[in-house]
Design a binder for this molecule. Structure first.
Ligand code: HSE
Length: 332
């Protein structure tokens, strides 16, 4: 039996619970058992049951009262220690200033020898090397597919399917909010109105400055640089330009030359950058809407292009599911 502790019980945490339910038969057939959630924390409260929580009840309670139980905690890592678990699923809100609670939770779990799955970009963008080294030292699995591109497979694709390749570069669109805004601006909609719509769709970060200034895309660029290119870089090493300076006039001028402006992240041995770029209409990176896309240039395979939903409750949980199955496969 695999025991999960979920830290962070917002959209993604609850999405995972729904996905586990939907894959009940899959787990039964592949492992002969279900993963069991023995602990959940949100920002204030903790729910634990060593025999497995009734997750329908926890979700219902969260919906009704906005907390997972009546039991508050003062320190999240102490809450993690209240129960025995095998895998920490860290899906608390991203903090790109200092990594926040997510960084503390991941570090603590790895120090305790637990496997960790996360989609939390802050800790990875700030402390990638430290966390992967800690995981290695303690023999822990540490997976983070959903941190870049949500449901779009990219990290495990590079690590597993493209394992023998020499990946020369990755260029892509890693922020759905910016792409949505730029596509709306292509059709004459003002920036502010497009941003408001992106927020209503639930795509934008809690503070949308992180989207429009390019910081969110930069977290993904730095994660890919470390994970795929084995560079030892951090968030402050990324050269970042957002989309707030893009005027309707610039969009019109691009259109007059059959181009669109897109916020592109670029990673290679020498590049680490997020900036608006002119992209010819019809080029894969001219994609409109909230999708994420990446072009991988591999020396043997040549160019590989992937796209998919970069955020969303079930979509992000799908990436967590693949990491969970990969860990369960090797635990068997
Ligand atoms: N705010 C992000 C986006 C969500 O707009 O793509 C996924 O990281």
């Amino acid at each position: 039996m695999v025991r999960l502790f979920i830290s962070g019980f917002g959209t993604v945490g609850q999405g995972l619970v729904e996905v586990l339910k939907r894959r009940h038969d899959f787990f039964e057939n592949r492992f002969g058992a279900q993963p069991v959630v023995v602990g959940v924390i949100d920002s204030k409260t903790v729910a634990i049951d060593q025999n497995g929580l009734d997750m329908d009840a926890v979700v219902a309670r969260k919906t009704e009262k906005r907390t997972v139980s009546d039991q508050t905690y003062s320190d999240s890592v102490k809450a993690l220690d209240m129960v025995d678990y095998d895998i920490l699923v860290e899906v608390s809100p991203t903090n790109i200033k200092d990594g926040g609670t997510g960084l503390r939770n991941i570090t603590h779990a790895l120090e305790c020898g637990k496997d960790v799955i996360t989609v939390n970009k802050g800790p990875l963008a700030l402390k990638f090397q430290e966390l992967t080294d800690l995981a290695k030292r303690n023999g822990c699995k540490f997976r983070y597919e959903g941190s870049v591109g949500g449901a779009m497979p990219i990290i495990n694709l590079c690590h597993e399917n493209l394992v023998g390749e020499n990946i020369r570069s990755i260029r892509g669109i890693f922020n759905g909010t910016c792409n949505f805004i730029l596509s709306k601006m292509d059709n004459g909609q003002p920036f502010e109105q497009a941003l408001k719509e992106a927020q209503q769709l639930g795509y934008a970060e809690t503070d949308p400055t992180n989207d429009v200034e390019g910081y969110d895309a930069a977290t993904k660029v730095v994660i890919l640089a470390n994970a795929v290119f084995h560079r030892n870089v951090t968030f402050s090493d990324v050269k970042i330009t957002g989309i707030t300076g893009i005027t309707p006039d610039a969009i019109a001028q691009a259109a007059a030359h059959n181009m669109v402006i897109r916020l592109i992240g670029e990673i290679s041995e020498t590049r680490l950058e997020v900036a608006p770029r002119l992209i010819p209409i019809g080029h894969p990176l001219s994609i409109a809407g909230t999708l994420n896309i990446a072009q991988i240039d591999a020396d043997l395979a040549g160019p590989i292009t992937i796209n998919g939903r970069g955020a969303g409750k079930i979509e992000t949980a799908s990436a967590i599911l693949s990491d969970l199955i990969a860990i369960m496969d090797v635990r068997e």
